[in-house]
Design a protein. Structure first.
Length: 129
C-alpha cells in the first residue's frame, strides 16, 4: 500500500517543535505516511494562500496540530479552510498530551480533536475517523 502524503498545518509561533516531532514519525519503518514538507514554515508574502493551495494539490491528508493558541493562528484557520475547499481529508490532532488545545476558528463543530498516539496516528492517516 502506498504511503499517504501529509500536509501538517500548525501554529508556527507556538507549535513548531510538535510539527518537527510529527514529521519525524514519518521516518519510522512502520509509518503509513510520508511527510511532504509543503506546510508553511514562515510567513509567506504576497498571495500566500494561493501558494498553499498549490502545495495542497499533491497531498492526501491534512493533519492540523492543535495547541494552546491554535484558535488565534489565522494561518492555520486559512490552511484548514483551503483543505475544506479542496475536499482534502483532514483531522485535528492534539499537539501535547498535558496541555489544553484549541481548534482553529475554521474547524467545524463536529470536528473531533484526537489524541496523538502512534496507534491513533496510524489509524487516522488510514482514514479511520
Amino acid at each position: 500500500m502506498a504511503k499517504k502524503r501529509v500536509f501538517i498545518s500548525f501554529d508556527i509561533d507556538h507549535d513548531e517543535g510538535a510539527k518537527v516531532m510529527l514529521a519525524g514519525q514519518a521516518k519510522l519503518p512502520d509509518s503509513p505516511f510520508d511527510f511532504k514538507d509543503a506546510s508553511v514554515k514562515k510567513h509567506l508574502t504576497g498571495d500566500w494562500e494561493e501558494k498553499v493551495r498549490r502545495r495542497m494539490d499533491n497531498i492526501d491528508v491534512v493533519v492540523v496540530l492543535c495547541g494552546e493558541h491554535t484558535h488565534t493562528a489565522s494561518g492555520v484557520a486559512a490552511e484548514l479552510t483551503i483543505a475544506q475547499d479542496k475536499d482534502k481529508e483532514y483531522f485535528l490532532l492534539k499537539a501535547y498530551p498535558d496541555k489544553t488545545c484549541t481548534k482553529p476558528t475554521s474547524a467545524k463543530s463536529s470536528d473531533k480533536v484526537y489524541n496523538w498516539t502512534w496507534p491513533n496516528l496510524k489509524t487516522l492517516i488510514g482514514g479511520g475517523r
